[in-house]
Design a protein around this ligand. Structure first.
Ligand code: F6R
Length: 637
């Protein structure tokens, strides 16, 4: 193992297992990991500088390397890291694509790195998306030759697409391929769609360095963050080498490290089912995880699992600790049973020893934080309804305006209605004019954004009224980080956190519900959760916070695993319909919504399927058979 990789091994977690074919390290957070990767790059730059040599970096774009670039810029500004001896080659560029286009990788690199460091402009190389079609072939050959003329790439930074692409080497790419033009895979275009405001605007082609070009790099570091990358990371690290997953070619590179966060590593065998890999320290959490897994694997209810089932599946150590399958089964069955409650705010006058929520105080003050103006009903509409019905003081706080998810057509419709109602239609006229002339690169004007936000406000109020909530308990926080008018948001600031603190301070809640759903395509849920965590950090010393429990929901994009759930709230068939109805009020988010992700089902369909599946999973474990269930995980602070 080389020097550089040892650095990661010490900081992250790496165990060699018979399942893994690529060296990889797992970090708690992508930030911590990115800092280390940037440090490795900086060390190399400095080492080469001391030898008076050029340092040749292969660079990637996309969401994965952003924090690495941030850290490199910081090191340049604060620690004097110089890029004067650096030559860069970017992996790829869309085709056709103008440099000025804000979607171009050229623009991305200027914005995130090159504009902020002292690299010489002539040392920057990015495939040119504006070359004429006739010149494209030669352009690719020249690019490849130029890399070779520098003696190849010293350090190659990579991301990985959900298709298993590296660069834009999509499935089917050849092991020895060089720089060339390619056709993008459909999944890649779906993933890029939000940035282009719709899949129709995503180019169909790109120029990319080849697999051979990448493999020739002396050192390769691939970054992957988040659960949405977990499946492809597992296939790449543990699967057979295949052109269908081009990243698997990296198994044959002798100096590659995959740098992962927890989410991206979550499907690896040693993370998902560690008992198949090594002897485990059996925490309560791991026990439940293993038993749920075994029950799913054998297709048996928990109470039917036998000693042999445990022994045959790598869990004999657990049995030795626990005595018999019989004892362990009952323990785990009860554990799951105790997560189920129809009283999410606690059951008054009940013994709450084995209930997920306290019975006291009987009437609780509750804040439901909803990142976008519909996550409340989508993700926990049934629980929301119960909390109101059971007499709790429920407040809904919509964290962002959600304005970018309203289509221009929808906004135009409302602007035209506004115009028809007023004799002075100056404002409506201006909006109508803007929308009719809007082009791809235009960012909505403030009045247009306001109109779009108001459309979502009215929809939210219709839904909260339907669930019998007074308007005075509905709060639109419009967190400033979101208000850029584009997909790319600002960083969280003290202003955002102050707004979050203010609402918590005013309500002094006994319960907070928030989206712990980290897989949404633009990361807004993650930022909203970070804002909440920062607010909690600032307020946790207050007396009322000592009596506040925080529950994280999921729903729109994925769901908690059974073993992660601390509270499961069942729904009757009628409640399922009521929830569906509440979601229907969000009309701008129905029928071909702008930010669909890769799941073509409408939100209400996905979430119904998910809630039904959660109930089915409980039932498969041998617990009661409910129509649907919403699931929550408690966050301890
Ligand atoms: C970008 C590139 C792509 C991305 C990959 C992951 O230059 O070549 O392979 O690295 O699509 O993209 P993100 O990081 O946005 O998930």
């Amino acid at each position: 193992m080389l020097d550089q990789t040892i650095t990661y091994t010490e900081a992250g977690k790496f165990e060699d297992t018979r399942f893994e074919r690529i060296h990889n390290v797992i970090f708690d957070s992508s930030r911590e990991a990115s800092v280390l990767v940037a440090r490795e790059m900086a060390n190399l730059i400095r080492k080469k500088e001391a030898l008076n040599e050029t340092c040749v970096l292969g660079l990637a774009t996309g969401s994965s390397p952003i924090k690495v670039y941030e850290e490199l810029v910081r090191m340049h500004k604060e620690e004097g890291l110089s890029f004067a001896n650096v030559v860069t080659f970017n992996l790829d560029e869309y085709y056709p694509m103008d440099k000025q286009n804000i979607q171009s990788y050229y623009y991305f690199m200027q914005e995130h790195l090159f504009d902020h460091v002292d690299i010489l402009p002539e040392n920057i190389n990015i495939p040119d998306g504006s070359v004429r079609a006739e010149a494209l072939y030669q352009h690719c050959i020249d690019y490849e030759m130029k890399i070779k003329s520098y003696g190849g790439i010293d350090f190659q930074l990579l991301g990985i697409g959900r298709t298993g692409h590296i660069g834009f080497n999509e499935p089917g790419s050849h092991y020895n391929s060089g720089t060339r033009s390619i056709t993008l895979d459909h999944i890649t275009r779906v993933d890029a769609a939000p940035a282009f405001l719709g899949i129709d605007n995503v180019p169909r082609k790109a120029i990319t360095m080849g697999v051979g070009t990448v493999r020739a790099a002396k050192r390769i570091v691939l970054l992957a963050w988040g659960v949405s990358k977990a499946d492809i990371v597992k296939k790449t690290v543990e699967g057979a080498i295949t052109s269908q997953v081009p990243a698997t070619y990296l198994q044959e590179h002798n100096n590659t490290t995959f740098v992962l966060d927890k989410g991206a590593s979550s499907e690896l065998t040693r993370v998902k089912t560690p008992w198949l890999v090594t002897s485990c320290i059996w925490t309560d959490f791991l026990k439940l995880k293993a038993v749920v897994w075994l029950s799913e694997l054998t297709n048996k209810a928990i109470l039917k699992l036998t000693d042999k089932d445990y022994n045959d599946n790598g869990m004999s150590g657990l049995l030795t600790e626990e005595g018999t399958a019989y004892d362990l089964n009952i323990k785990m069955f009860n554990k799951l049973q105790h997560t189920i409650t129809g009283w999410p705010g606690g059951k008054p006058d009940a013994d709450d020893t084995y209930r997920p929520e306290r019975s006291q105080p009987e009437q609780k003050r509750v804040i439901i934080f909803s990142p976008h103006p519909d996550d409340d009903v989508i993700s926990m509409g049934g629980t929301f309804d119960r909390l109101v019905e059971q007499g709790h003081e429920v407040h809904i706080a919509y964290q962002t305006s959600g304005n970018i998810a309203v289509s221009d057509e929808e906004a135009l419709k409302f602007a035209e209605i506004a115009k028809s109602l007023s004799t002075d239609s100056k404002d409506a006229d201006a909006i109508i004019k803007f929308l009719n002339q809007k082009t791809e690169n235009d960012i909505d004007t403030l009045p247009v954004r306001k109109l779009k936000a108001n459309i979502r406000r009215s929809e939210s109020l219709a839904a909260t009224r339907y669930l019998n909530l007074d308007d005075s308990h509905v709060h639109f926080l419009d967190l400033p980080f979101y208000e850029t008018g584009t997909i790319k948001k600002n960083n969280l600031s003290q202003k955002d956190v102050a707004i979050m603190c203010d609402i918590i301070e005013r309500v002094k809640p006994h319960q907070i519900y928030a989206a712990g759903d980290l897989a949404d395509p633009h990361g807004t849920h993650k930022v909203c959760l970070d804002a909440l965590f920062m607010a909690i950090e600032a307020l946790k010393h207050k007396d009322y916070m000592k009596d506040c429990w925080v529950w994280l929901y999921r729903g729109a994009w994925h769901e908690w695993e059974l073993y992660e759930i601390d509270m499961a709230v069942p729904m009757s068939p009628d409640q399922v319909l009521k929830k569906r109805h509440a979601i229907f009020y969000h009309q701008s988010q129905k029928d071909g919504v702008m930010f669909q992700g890769d799941d073509s089902r409408e939100f209400w369909v996905r979430v119904e399927d998910r809630n039904r599946l959660t109930a089915k999973k409980y039932n498969d474990m041998g617990l009661a058979d409910y129509a649907a269930m919403e699931a929550f995980k408690r966050y301890l602070f």
